[in-house]
Design a protein around this ligand. Structure first.
Ligand code: FAD
Ligand code: FES
Ligand code: FES
Length: 1238
């Protein structure tokens, strides 16, 4: 998906003999980072290779399916292959902790990770009883048949027995030891050398002009390589660069992969006291990249990247320099020299090779500490990394010398040399020395701004705090106030666990039955297909957008595509004038769409990066490369700074043109007892959807039109838009969606731009066109969550009861007012409260950014977040318990919330834990905890129309179902199949759900707003009832027939065995409320800004669930996506041009597996039902997202406690959203004099 090692969707397993001794190893790699030419001698196994429908599934696949660890399934093959590689390479000997720690490489945006973690931890040798029992229960249920074939009894398949060990043994003989002679492959513009010895490396370097060495080739994940030079030399197998030796120093070959280096560090640190410091290096390296990168990424590659890009936050450079390591550099096979690391950075490395690194021994009079501070728990480069080494005089606390090394301060900064010199002869463990050092560091460190990296001021203060942290860690106990000790270490997460509490009513099974997803096994084996899985068609072409990389307001006059068209493989360039019909991907003759938005910008640029043209080429990479070569010509280039936020709009002279009031709600009464008036404003930023499947569309011409394989949440929109833009009739455009690899709203309207572009190319070329957006284009071009700015005034009485409330909020639509959400936000703002005294003004503004769009729980997230922030403010201002303030303001009468709060407080052991937290905070100056509880009422409303077509096959009574909803991970197919089976009274495995198409489900609306599953379920019930009605008279004539007999008889009587139903507003389904309560406890590392969600208890009223396991997955997934929104996911624009700076996995950080709550407990409301919902159920896809804002309140409370300890007055602490490490750290208000030992 990302093509840069950042998401894990592409992980595969490799078995290969590795130099120096050619031992055959099995390891995972990111296939996106490996050139196919580097695979010489490798056996590569993809997910299909370890198990499938024919040979039976691997236990890992079956177990992930059973544990419901897949939703959209796009990430799933990567998870499976990482687990498979790990499991096999460690001989199935893994602990739970090790397993959870090994998935830094893999992102899953749907599941919230808990189910995946549970599935994989069930393989651990120390698996706990909870998981063991769950596994037994799941296996007993026998939903997932590992063989994939329906043979409940007398199974002839040997799927479980044909395990991978057997497979590896089979494969063992397969390897032929290479004769290790150079291989040269001429690829046209590039000559590829695979070399095995030093002579050949130098010969290849000397023979040719420009060259590039590649070792693991993972560096391209950090610094993209779009142009390979004429010579590429693969040195991964050069034996002399591998292995290690020991004289006085430990000498590591520069070609040693980082995984091997870490294993060696662990071993040697335990054996040799002089190298015991390597255990610390091991722990640090555990935070570097992730396992698949470390498996092939080498020491030399990492150091060379630092050489070419001094600003690279290399952890290896930092670690090695902290201990004064040296490098051996070769200029020729026998001409070598030794250099220090700082000298290496100055060296001309042209035609030179890093041979090895020499790590010195350290005596027992040395102390060392290193840190890496990151924006999330794993797989992120350092915000700041630091290494401290103290050489003490023998048996004393007096320093002989000290090394202080920092990364991420500025490209040139390595050592704090002045401070190092000052420390010689000093005792570092006194308050006096500490203050002296901190002041010296403050003078010496000049951090440089490097957007989108965190600010220079934060990085500098963090660097100082890390020195203090190191001292806290190394200082003898008797010289340190014990309250400070817990500041010594960076936060480390315990292995996570989770609990899911729900009832199930067996009398209605398969309805309400906890079953895994219907497609889970296919997703786990790569058999489930997505839009881009359409097999390669003869003559197919690829498309990529040319974008206007100019300030908004610039006016396009033309294009110069000559250079791009000269590139071999480029076929055509198209611009707006090539569109035969309407240049709009949002035609307004369709519901929910109000404005036309151009497929290709024809004149005035609305935002930096707007698509203006399309390049067509024979390969995806060529298309992407050529697209950057098209010159866009402008008749005028705007000189104005773009307006990027709602606050900018309010300050701008263009305010009147850009601001629209969408709705105003007047109060019906005003209270008189105003004791306190609170004013405030708050901003919520945007969020990238981060679908694992990028925006994708493949359009294939057919004899009378085209098939559009679109990753779309909406069949109708591309059908209408494509027909109109190509001026063809809609019945020629069949939109087909088997499933979508994550959507969260981004594929409702935005997908249609890509679909129209691909259709245009296919139409003009008469060929299949494949359009898969790169992550950078995807992030820059496509709109995101609507940001919100609100200001408010609230008058309350002395208890906190609201007397009046005025909320004016402004939601940022981006460049078009399509998908204006502010009126819906108003409804959600009301939540569970008494609102008769509230005045609300819902506004929207236009900014110079891509048109913002629906993003999981749109409007509700913002509405709930605003009111809950206000409740916290009221409570704080009055010094009251926030829960009591809420209680005073609840809607009177029949309000379910108080009862649910009481229930959750009991379940979460709230009162006890509040006391424990107080005790913890009193005893710890630098770690603070807080526990917050928050309610939500979420009003659901229906969309329509959706159809469902149910067909019974006469031969065996099996049922085919198609519908107008879209399966995008939410489990719509499984729920609908359960409903169908229940209504027809047949077993679930009789029902099969087929792809959604615009020909079988024409005119259907978008799948979104959490409600798609229910609406389609409703249509399905109606269709099934029609069928049952038709079968009734047949059955009446028979004597208790089986389903199969009944169907056969009906068929013979010419009964129509297909029925469909289109639900619409005429069905008059009633909206209803969903209630949710959350209790969240967080721990904050005050000295870094890192935080850890220790425990979450989440209670949601979901009525009687249609499918409990699926609903659990929806709740967990949306809550974790919410945690990301409020903490680590930060978008940053260049304020001068409007260019998005955080457009990659390197710079944008959704939560990973170790960012989820360490203890995550989800409860369904007991004995619940829903008189209005379909079969008593309630929707679950989005509401839990709204509850995640509680993390901001908990973090603020923890920071407040730290500020009180620091001696600040008790003030409201404002932490800007998202609560990133930087924003948390900055809110603490650190001062050097706060850093003390005694
Ligand atoms: C997702 C991701 C996350 C990462 N996170 C971190 C991180 O947190 N911290 C960190 O420090 N690093 C990080 N890295 C960088 C990672 O450590 C490097 O990609 C890896 O070590 C490079 O090794 P390689 O063998 O793949 O280098 P290659 O990609 O093969 O080469 C990189 C460069 O080094 C040159 N080169 C390679 N070997 C030699 C040699 N022996 N002599 C001279 N030149 C040579 C090549 O010519 C090339 O220019 C991350 C990388 C990725 C993809
Ligand atoms: S890691 Fe390879 S595609 Fe993302
Ligand atoms: S299931 Fe993991 S991203 Fe969708």
């Amino acid at each position: 998906m990302c093509h840069e090692g950042g998401c894990g969707a592409c992980v595969v397993a490799v078995r290969a003999p590795l130099p120096p001794n050619n031992e055959v190893k099995l390891f995972s790699v990111n296939s996106c980072l490996v050139s196919v030419l580097s695979c010489h001698g490798w056996e590569v196994t993809t997910v299909e290779g370890i198990g499938n429908r024919t040979m039976g599934y691997h236990d890992i696949q079956a177990r992930l399916a059973r544990f419901n660890g897949t939703q959209c399934g796009y990430c799933t093959p990567g998870w499976i292959m990482n687990m498979y590689s790990l499991y096999e390479s460690k001989n199935k000997n893994l602990s739970m902790k090790e397993i959870e720690n090994s998935f830094a490489s893999n992102i899953c945006r749907c599941t919230g990770y808990r189910s995946i973690a549970d599935a994989f931890k069930s393989f651990a040798t120390d698996v706990d009883d909870r998981l063991k029992n769950k596994l037994i229960d799941l296996e007993d249920l026998d939903f997932v048949k590992p063989c994939g074939v329906n043979c409940k009894t007398n199974c002839q398949h040997k799927c479980d027995k044909k395990d991978s060990k057997h497979k590896s043994e089979e494969a063992e003989d397969w390897f032929v030891v290479d004769d290790a002679s150079e291989i040269v492959i001429d690829c046209g513009s590039t000559k590829f050398y695979k070399v095995y010895n030093l002579n050949d490396v130098f010969k290849a370097m000397e023979r040719n002009g420009e060259y590039r060495l590649i070792a693991g080739n993972t560096g391209q994940g950090v610094y993209h390589v779009s142009n390979y030079p004429p010579t590429v030399i693969d040195i991964f197998n050069v034996a002399v660069l591998k292995g290690h030796s020991m004289d006085v120093n430990l000498i590591l070959g520069a070609g040693m992969p980082l995984t091997e280096m870490m294993e060696l560090f662990l071993k040697i640190s335990g054996e040799n006291e002089d190298f015991s410091y390597l255990k610390q290096f091991y722990d640090h390296m555990d935070l570097v990249a992730h396992i698949p990168v470390r498996n092939i990424g080498t020491i030399g590659g990492n150091l060379f990247m630092k050489h070419t890009n001094n600003d690279f936050q290399s952890d290896l450079f930092l670690l090695f320099e902290t201990v004064g390591a040296t490098l051996t550099i070769a200029e020729a096979p026998i001409k070598k020299r030794t250099v220090s690391l700082p000298d290496f950075l100055k060296l001309d490395m042209n035609r030179k090779l890093i041979m090895n690194v020499m790590l010195p021994p350290l005596s027992r009079f040395c102390s060392i500490k290193t840190f890496k501070i990151m924006p999330r728990s794993q797989n992120a480069h350092a915000v700041v990394n630091a290494g401290f080494l103290f050489h003490f005089k023998q048996n004393s606390n007096i320093l002989e010398k000290a090394f202080i090394v920092y990364g991420s301060i500025s490209p040139k900064f390595i050592h704090a040399e002045k401070t190092e010199a000052m420390l010689a002869g000093k005792d570092p463990y006194t308050d006096e020395t500490l203050q002296m050092v901190l002041k010296s560091l403050a003078d010496e460190l000049t951090a440089e701004e490097a957007p989108p990296e965190p600010s220079a001021s934060y990085r500098k203060m963090l660097a100082l705090a890390l020195y203090y942290k190191a001292i806290l860690s190394l200082c003898p106990d008797d010289r340190l106030n014990p309250k400070y000790r817990s500041g010594a270490e960076a936060i480390k997460r315990h292995t996570s666990k989770g609990n899911q509490v729900f009832d199930t009513d067996k009398s209605v099974w398969p309805l309400n039955q906890p079953v895994p997803k219907l497609e889970a096994l296919q997703q786990c084996s790569g058999e489930a297909t997505f839009a881009n899985d359409l097999t390669t068609q003869p003559d197919e072409v690829f498309a990529a957008f040319v974008t206007a990389d100019a300030r908004p307001g610039s006016v396009i006059s033309g294009f110069d595509a000559n250079d791009a068209l000269k590139l071999s493989g480029v076929i055509a360039f198209y611009s707006a004038k090539d569109i035969p019909g309407d240049n709009s991907f949002t035609p307004t003759n369709i519901s929910l769409v109000t404005n036309n938005e151009e497929i290709l910008c024809s004149q005035k640029v609305l935002f930096y990066g707007q698509p203006v043209g399309i390049i067509v080429a024979v390969r995806e990479k060529i298309a992407n490369k050529a697209a950057k070569m098209v010159k866009v010509l402008y008749s005028s280039e705007s000189k104005d700074k773009p307006i990027l936020t709602a606050s900018d709009v309010l300050k701008s002279p263009q305010k009147d043109q850009r601001l629209v009031n969408n709705k105003t709600r007047e109060p019906t009464e005003t209270g008189k007892d105003v004791n306190c008036v609170i004013y405030g404003d708050i901003t919520f930023e945007s969020q990238y959807h981060y679908t694992m499947e990028p925006q994708t569309c493949v359009v294939k011409p057919t004899e009378d039109g085209m098939e559009v394989y679109s990753a779309s949440q909406w069949l109708d929109l591309p059908n209408v838009a494509i027909a109109q833009c190509l001026k063809i009739s809609a019945n020629k455009v069949n939109v087909i969606v088997r499933r979508v690899g994550g959507a969260y709203g981004s594929k409702i309207s935005r997908q249609c731009q890509i679909a129209c572009a691909a259709a245009l190319v296919s139409h003009l070329q008469g060929k299949t066109c494949r359009f898969v957006m790169s992550i950078e284009d995807n992030m820059r071009v496509v709109g995101k969550r609507v940001p919100t700015y609100c200001n408010f005034e609230i008058g309350v009485n002395k208890e906190g009861e609201i007397q009046y409330l005025k909320n004016r909020y402004y939601q940022d639509n981006g460049c078009s007012s399509n998908e204006t959400i502010s009126p819906i936000t108003l409804n959600h703002f009301l939540s569970c409260y008494d609102t008769k005294r509230w005045y609300i003004e819902a506004n929207s503004v236009a900014t110079d950014t891509p048109s913002n769009t629906w993003c999981r729980a749109p409007a509700s997230t913002e509405g709930v977040a605003m009111i809950e922030y206000m409740m916290e403010r009221i409570a704080y201002n009055l010094g009251k318990d926030p829960l009591q303030v809420r209680m005073l303001n609840y809607a009177k009468g029949d309000n379910t919330i108080p009862e649910l709060i009481d229930q959750l407080k009991k379940d979460a052991n709230y009162d006890e834990r509040v006391k424990e937290i107080k005790k913890f905070n009193d005893g710890n100056r630098w770690r603070k905890r807080a526990l917050k509880v928050m309610p939500m009422t979420y009003e659901i409303f229906y969309l329509s129309p959706y159809n469902s077509v149910v067909s019974i096959l006469h031969s065996d009574g099996s049922v085919i179902l198609t519908h107008g909803g879209i399966e995008m991970g939410q489990g719509i197919n499984t729920k609908v199949a359960q409903v169908c089976a229940y209504t027809l009274g047949i077993p679930l495995d009789k029902v099969s759900v087929k792809p959604s198409t615009s020909f079988t489900s024409p005119n259907n609306t978008v799948t979104g707003g959490s409600i798609g599953s229910e609406c389609v379920a409703f249509a399905t019930i109606k269709a099934c009832e029609i069928l049952m009605e038709r079968l009734k008279p047949v059955k009446a004539k028979m004597n208790n027939p089986s389903w199969e007999q009944l169907v056969q008889q009906a068929f013979s009587e010419n009964i129509d065995l297909q029925a469909s139903y289109l639900n619409s507003f005429k069905d008059n389904l009633k909206p209803y409320d969903i209630y949710g309560i959350v209790a969240l406890e967080v721990e904050v590392d005050i000295l870094t800004g890192n935080q850890d969600v220790i425990r979450v208890d989440l209670l949601e009223d979901i009525g009687r669930s249609l499918s409990p396991e699926i609903d659990i997955g929806q709740i967990e997934g949306s809550f974790v996506m919410g945690l990301g929104y409020w903490t680590s996911e930060k978008l940053m624009y260049d304020i001068d041009t409007g260019k998005l700076l955080t457009d990659r996995t390197w710079t944008y950080k959704p939560p990973g597996i170790k960012d989820i709550p360490a203890d995550f407990r989800v409860y369904f409301r007991r004995n619940s039902s829903n008189p209005y919902g379909v079969l008593q159920s309630k929707a679950t896809g989005e509401p839990a997202f709204c509850l995640a804002v509680v993390v901001t309140h908990a973090i603020r409370e923890a920071v407040r406690a730290a500020r009180l300890d620091a001696g600040y007055p008790d003030q409201w602490v404002e932490i800007p959203n998202p609560c990133t490490v930087e924003n948390i750290f900055t809110a603490v208000g650190h001062k050097l004099e706060h850093f003390k030992l005694k």
